[in-house]
Unconditional design. Structure first.
Length: 299
């Protein structure tokens, strides 16, 4: 799992491309688009190059190219045609496939061209909500089915983080205009999935609030440092994989003790692990959320 995945099943291809396995087999047989190898038990396997080609073909296909015409394009020219399309026209319904293509090819150019094309039509907030969130949800499924490797996921999420940080930085040149809340955004120890928290940081700053962004894997006792400086802190965290199911309620109890001497503490938390919190035992200052949009609506 620590190496880049190099062999894919036909189900992997179906998951990544959105093209049904039955259709892929027809394209193979009728147009010789792919040349799978076979295992000793006669099961098709596909190389990374085959997957890259199929994603290219899929993007062309969804942009109005007939499969019979695509089959006649020299293989070495297919990526060039794809880049032309992505550079000129990358509508929202094609963008997710274009981003997946960028991920599988480790191709920053496709990512940036697709992103910039979307910005011609939409705001950054719209791009994140309408394209990046569905893409990230899909990546989660691809990860669970072992369709993509850690290298693929880290590559694409790092590029998305860059865009969130860039757009946040543009806002941070202005002083906060609201002082009733000061947010402290952090992830608990061993939690490294920060895209959701990074985006919330952007939304907080956009609305004129000060946000002290501490980031990944913060020991709880380190939060005491910021409590010495501010009186109206709203702690904000995103629990994706930690605290674990059997540890999360104890974590909330420990947090309660940590802020016991702090006047008017507040703690907003969301993420997959929140479902395991015993809400009947939560301190009154803790508020749980089910989505980023729900948090944003309370800002």
């Amino acid at each position: 799992m620590n190496n880049v995945k190099k062999n894919f099943s036909i189900r992997d291809l179906e998951n990544l491309s959105g093209i049904k396995a039955h259709t892929i087999r027809i394209w193979e047989k009728r147009y010789s688009l792919l040349s799978p190898e076979r295992t000793n038990t006669n099961i098709r396997t596909y190389s990374l190059q085959s997957l890259q080609k199929l994603l290219n073909v899929t993007l062309l296909y969804h942009n109005g190219h007939k499969i019979s015409k695509i089959a006649k394009i020299p293989e070495k020219d297919i990526p060039l045609v794809v880049r032309e399309i992505v550079a000129k026209k990358s509508h929202k319904n094609h963008a997710i496939n274009a981003f997946k293509l960028a991920m599988v090819n480790f191709d920053q150019t496709i990512f940036f061209n697709t992103y910039n094309s979307l910005l011609n039509e939409s705001s950054f907030r719209e791009v994140f909500k309408e394209t990046f969130i569905p893409l990230l949800n899909e990546l989660g499924l691809l990860w669970q089915t072992d369709t993509i490797s850690p290298a693929h996921e880290h590559f694409i999420t790092s590029l998305i983080k860059q865009k969130i940080l860039l757009n946040t930085e543009k806002l941070q040149h202005q002083r906060p205009t609201k002082t009733d809340k000061i947010f402290v955004a952090f992830l608990p120890e061993n939690e490294i999935h920060e895209i959701g928290l990074l985006y919330l940081n952007y939304e907080i700053v956009l609305r004129g609030y000060k946000c002290i962004y501490l980031g990944q894997t913060i020991p709880m006792e380190n939060l005491m440092d910021v409590m010495k400086y501010f009186e109206n802190i709203y702690f904000l965290s995103y629990f994706t994989v930690v605290p674990e199911k059997d540890r999360i309620n104890k974590y909330m109890q420990e947090f309660d003790k940590l802020v016991s001497d702090y006047d008017n503490p507040n703690f907003w938390v969301l993420g997959r692990q929140v479902q395991h919190i015993d809400t009947d035992k939560l301190p009154r200052f803790v508020k749980t959320f089910t989505s980023i949009d729900e948090v944003v609506s309370k800002l």
